[in-house]
Design a protein around this ligand. Sequence first.
Ligand code: NI
Length: 155
Amino acid sequence: MEGNASTGGGAAAELAKSLVRFGVSVEKELLDAFDQMLTRKGYTNRSEAIRDLMRDSLAAFQATDDEAAVVGTVTLLYDHHVPGVTERLVKAQHAHGSEVMATMHSHLDHENCLEVCLVRGKAGHVKDIAGQLIGARGVKHGQLCLTMPDVTEER
Ligand code: NI
């Protein structure tokens, strides 16, 4: 990321200057399958899909650095009838109040609760917190999704 933001010249001109075109050799069958997936996903532009894949890959790679600053979500599915599960999750979230920024909760049905926690901090710490939440007794399924604000700029 460059730190010297432009203050003039127009965003379109800056974008045109920063775009790079490159060629990729790929088997026709692979490209056909890729394009079919893009159509089903709603992409209208192969370049945008490839940019998204690159950002995914960069975010995943950067998050392997435990010191990297990350933001993310921890999704939790649990049965609130399991004794103590709600208390365990609330306690763990309070214990990490600086990293757990917010929590959204939905009572899916009579048994199931869906909870999403917004988290931020160093990747290693955030992964530990997610592990505590997902691994809490009573949580049926959980997943951590990490990204970082500076992974790349959307154009
Ligand atoms: Ni609930």
